[in-house]
Ligand binder design. Sequence first.
Ligand SMILES: [Ca+2]
Ligand SMILES: [Ca+2]
Length: 398
Amino acid sequence: MFPARRLTARNGGGVPLALSLRALLLALAGLGGCGPAPTLAGLDLDSIRLPPGFHIGLYAAEVPNARSLALGERGTLFVGTRTDGRVLALRDGDGDGRAEARWTLARDLDMPNGVAFHAGSLYVAESGRVLRFDRIEDRLDDPPPPVTVAELPAYRHHGWRELAVGPDGKLYIAMGAPCNVCEPDELGSIWRLNLDGTGREIYARGVRNSVGLAWHPETRELWFTDNGRDWLGDDSPPDELNRASAAGQHFGFPYCHGGDLPDPELGTAHPCGEFVPPVQRLGAHVASLGLLFLTGEELPAAYRGQVLIAEHGSWNRSTPVGYRISLVRLAGNQAVAYEPFATGWLNRDGSAWGRPVDLLQLPDGSLLVSDDRAEAIYRIHYRSPRSGTRSPAGPAVE
Ligand SMILES: [Ca+2]
Ligand SMILES: [Ca+2]
């Protein structure tokens, strides 16, 4: 039912034998190590703008419909998809920042957007169930049939799932509202389940469609993005970055948007004061998806503890916005700035060649970004402009 197919055969030395022409061109373009990022038509990494010291490269190309990312304890990157129906595994075994091996772990699933790794197992959220693949990193070549952990209501509208395992060792699943705006009963919420699927509870209510869950590295509170409703104009309502300080809070949907905007149809039922406002109002229609708290000594202090958000990009705004990675700077639990971090996927004519979806930080401090339009996974790393590796024997950098 879930046949595995290994896409890249390898010989004993770990050299890929079966690369597509495009992947081969990308590999050749990357030879030499210190040259510019590989550039092919449609993957113009030179056009991506980043803060000083940050660099972007291609971790993997031809990753169809790449959506959510999760990292195994041995360095395997798991990739969920939405329209493609496959779950992939990638590995950069030689540590050069590019994945040279890949596996298809499952196919023909129903929007397997959510992936999470915990205690050796890969959890995958389809629209209608949560699956678990045990000891997966031992069995990439021959993945086990999955165990069904939980059944979920399956539906199309906002029916792809964000999935994560929290610091409490429980599964968190974002259950999008099956509508643009409606009173969605038990949906429009974030559910929490035990790892075996028992003990289901609604952890957070009033969440229209979250596709990004993360826990603050110090407070261990859940933070999440939420996509605002459509058809209230180009600049309204905002998307949201939210913080759940406890179980059982209500974040406003469908009655109140952005913390202070009553819904024109449903807002009279419950005033905004009843709900938890967002930490940061994000751009209207930017489609805020994956979020990531930056940690680690490899990054400059100005970035540690701050939040990156993948903005997938607008589909119903007269002038497109988003198609970037934004940075929310925090002072404690307060947002003090909302600014661009990585831009360049949006062309001047309003078309976009890429759409960032999810973010993940590797143990070496570098960042992975999935893109379901360019069908790629990027790696962003930081190298101090003063480290000397870019200008040996050059003039002092002031
Ligand atoms: Ca590699
Ligand atoms: Ca809200």
